[in-house]
Ligand binder design. Structure first.
Ligand code: TGC
Ligand code: FAD
Length: 406
């Protein structure tokens, strides 16, 4: 705050200074190797330089900082755990995790830009694509020359993608694609879309649709109060002729898109910790600097309870993510384990954002502090990549052996 010439307190408008300090209550850094720490610190520095100074303004204006796609590519945020020869970073799953954590410390929308490009576009082309498709698309996606998006959700089929109606019909050397997709991150700015559609036998197939294909449109969705620095749109297909060479040959069925989701959900389990850490860090600092009743508000027991519970929950989430990463490195992380971590860590981050907002009092609703932006973003993160309740039911199914979806 500052005081104006009339002696009235006003909010000080100055270039944003990112005062974030990392918090590692259980010395989890000791579980990370030098490559993890190097990758994490490089991304942390980049976020301080390139994201923090602009993110409030872009969020306020609901604009996507598309210039950051190239920079994200340069810091290795696209497909960190995919092979280098296919445009990835050649690192392990924990490196991928800590990179997502640092990006989401900046903003969930920035992490989304990287999650979609790496885990939902590059990964399916790498895992299920032909060698020709890999060579054609992956280097361009890895370098940020191409932007990709992932089309699974439809207007009438969100949690239940198996009900999708988007379809392909055989037409000689091509498929004719019809239908629409909803809530697609990056779609209005994407060069290619990995689209999931049913063939004439009702089997789910993946196709790569290029932006210039006739009959393909990607209008933007406006009016979001959440993830405002991320661009979201639809995908509309009206008799789009997609060459047969663009079908992903190596997978048939819902396990194709769901495998990509496992990869992205894993990244979100780490990413959410970043948002939580930023809220906690801001709340802790504010509690030491803000005085009421003649003492710092951090001296009141109720504030200490909030802060103590926050760091406890963050620490539990960090351990969960690290253990999940260790399992993933051995190829042993199950989809249900990933669901548990995504659900727990995102919910943890959202609750911490709400508590942190309270600690900041009225200032907590302003863009002087990052907490309200994180809180609004996390409402989306709680819903996309499988809602909070869908992940609960996945855990329920895993422990009981009984399927609540059928
Ligand atoms: P179900 O019969 O259970 O499974 C069908 C097949 O898929 C296999 N499978 C998986 N494979 C890999 N990873 C997973 N996580 C898997 N989950 C299931 C399964 O073994 C089976 O294989 P097979 O060989 O027997 O055919 O399928 P279901 O229709 O009953 O659905 C189950 C349910 C509800 C859990 C699933 O549909 C689901 O996860 N729904 C949530 C939908 C969702 O997460 N949508 C996300 C859209 S993309 C997005 O939000 C991107 S946001 C991007 C950003 O900005 O960051
Ligand atoms: P619904 O499925 O209609 O669910 C509504 C409510 O019903 C939820 O609370 C849900 O938990 C509950 N529910 C549904 N089924 C059950 C059940 N069986 N038991 C109990 N409760 C149930 N999708 C993509 O494909 N690609 C993207 O890039 C993408 N990006 C997104 C970006 C944003 C900003 C947003 C908001 C969404 C994005 N999505 C994307 C879509 C997202 O994955 C879906 O919103 C999500 O899967 C939920 O689908 P829905 O919104 O249709 O909700």
């Amino acid at each position: 705050m500052q005081t104006n010439s009339n002696g009235i307190h006003t909010i000080e408008k100055k270039a944003k200074e990112d005062r974030y300090q990392h918090h590692d209550y259980y010395n989890i850094d000791e579980l990370l190797d030098d490559d993890h720490l190097l990758a994490r610190d490089a991304v942390r520095t980049w976020v301080k330089q390139s994201v923090s100074p602009i993110i409030e303004e872009y969020s306020e204006k609901a604009q996507c900082p598309t210039h950051l796609f190239k920079e994200l590519a340069e810091i290795g945020a696209f497909g960190p755990s995919l092979p280098v020869e296919y445009g990835g970073g050649g690192m392990d799953e924990i490196a991928y995790g800590v990179i997502m954590q640092e990006l989401e410390r900046g903003d969930s929308g920035i992490r989304s830009m990287a999650s979609v490009q790496g885990s939902l576009v590059m990964y399916p082309i790498f895992r299920f694509g032909s060698e020709e498709q890999r060579r054609k698309y992956l280097p361009k996606l890895g370098s940020g020359e191409f932007i990709g998006c992932f089309g699974l959700t439809e207007p009438d089929h969100g949690s239940n993608p198996s009900g999708m109606v988007t379809n392909i019909k055989d037409d000689g050397d091509a498929y004719i694609l019809n239908g629409s997709k909803m809530w697609i991150t990056n779609s209005p700015v994407a060069d290619i879309a990995v689209v999931w559609a049913k063939d004439e036998a009702g089997k789910i197939r993946g196709v790569i649709v290029e932006k210039d294909m006739k009959g393909f449109h990607a209008p933007e969705i406006h009016g979001k109060w959440s993830l405002r620095a991320s661009i979201t749109g639809e995908l509309v297909f009206e008799d789009v002729r997609v060459p047969k060479a663009n079908i992903l040959p190596e997978v048939v069925g819902l396990k194709g898109p769901l495998s990509c989701l496992s990869k992205a959900r894993y990244g979100i389990a780490w990413g959410a910790i970043g948002a939580a850490l930023d809220c906690y860090d801001s709340a802790l600092r504010y509690s030491l600097e803000r005085e009421q009743f003649g003492k710092p508000i951090g001296q009141f027991q109720l504030t200490q309870k909030k802060l103590a519970e926050m760091i406890t929950e963050i620490t539990k989430a960090q351990l969960l993510a690290w253990r999940l990463g260790s399992l993933a490195n051995k190829g042993k992380a199950t989809p249900a384990q990933i669901s548990m971590a995504k659900r727990n860590n995102v919910n943890m981050a959202l609750e911490i954002a709400r508590e942190a907002r309270q600690i900041h009092g009225g200032m907590g609703i302003t863009n002087e502090y990052p907490v309200m932006r994180h809180m609004m973003n996390l409402e989306t993160v709680l819903t996309y990549e499988g809602t909070h309740d869908i992940h609960l039911l996945i855990t329920g199914m895993d422990v009981t052996g009984l399927n609540a979806f059928k």
